[in-house]
Design a protein around this ligand. Structure first.
Ligand SMILES: NC(=O)c1ccc[n+]([C@@H]2O[C@H](COP(=O)([O-])OP(=O)(O)OC[C@H]3O[C@@H](n4cnc5c(N)ncnc54)[C@H](OP(=O)(O)O)[C@@H]3O)[C@@H](O)[C@H]2O)c1
Length: 222
């Protein structure tokens, strides 16, 4: 039987690309976001659900009948990213993980980013780290809490840490860097991140791993 996916953060970006890729791969998709009117796709296997990832009742309902959950939440680029506080990632993940565990669900694929996690942040090269701390420090501190909540759960999780996102096409030509000594920042299209996520559904080769994803252009390690 076709697996049914819940994509949280499906109205744009990686989430919307994952909706597209999952439908093309014949999965059934429940696309969840606050502004679902932005999802102009129509497909017999696509269900659009409007909801807030911070609302436990919305999430509990969205999880009904779902086999695999994909979390691709993001915050808008604005002054709050720098001045904070940012707690969307941790608060939404608390709601999601507890409801998945209660429902005895297992599979979660969550997107964070290059530099996320205490291991990831430590390995950002010094020059890149200055801008990272100023502009993304608060966002990634909350993503660290998000990752810790996922890692401490009973779920079969994969945490995907893409490099800098572009709006390019699917190429299938990207690096999946699992070992910390290989981690490098670079560019990758949202469509390629979606390609990786969808391939992890039937072929879950990265359970309990935090792969960095980058395309063929990678930054020098300075
Ligand atoms: N930009 C980069 O270079 C970069 C690099 C690495 C990692 N990342 C990370 O990759 C992730 C995806 O980024 P993106 O640019 O592809 O997507 P994005 O444009 O940030 O989209 C975020 C999605 O989250 C949804 N969302 C936000 N708050 C929500 C809430 N309370 N309830 C339900 N849905 C909510 C939004 O939908 P609604 O507003 O309709 O609810 C939207 O669909 C982010 O976590 C980002 O930090 C970005």
């Amino acid at each position: 039987m076709t697996q049914k996916l819940l994509i949280i953060g499906a109205s744009r970006g990686i989430g919307l690309e994952t909706v597209r890729a999952a439908l093309a791969a014949n999965y059934s998709v429940r696309a969840f976001a606050r502004n679902i009117s932005k999802i102009t796709l129509a497909h017999e296997n696509l269900e659009k659900v409007s909801g807030d990832a911070l609302n436990a009742d919305h999430i509990k309902r969205a999880l009904e009948g779902i086999d695999v959950v994909i979390q691709t939440l993001g915050v808008s680029v604005n002054l709050q990213m720098v001045t904070g506080p940012i707690n969307l990632f941790s608060n939404a993940t608390r709601v999601l993980v507890s409801n998945m565990e209660r429902a005895k669900m297992k599979r979660l694929i969550a997107v964070t980013g290059f530099g996320s996690g205490h291991d990831g942040r430590r390995l950002i090269p010094p020059l890149q780290r200055i801008g990272f701390e100023i502009f993304l420090g608060r966002v990634y501190s909350d993503k660290n809490i998000q990752e810790n909540l996922i890692k401490a759960s009973s779920l079969d999780w994969t945490i995907v840490r893409p490099g800098i996102l572009t709006s390019g096409k699917t190429t299938g030509d990207y690096y999946i860097l699992v070992k910390p000594e290989n981690w490098r920042n670079g560019l990758i299209s949202r469509a390629d991140v979606a390609d990786f996520i969808v391939k992890q559904i039937d072929n879950p080769t990265h359970i309990k791993q935090t792969p960095v994803l980058v395309g063929s252009f990678r930054f020098p390690h300075i």
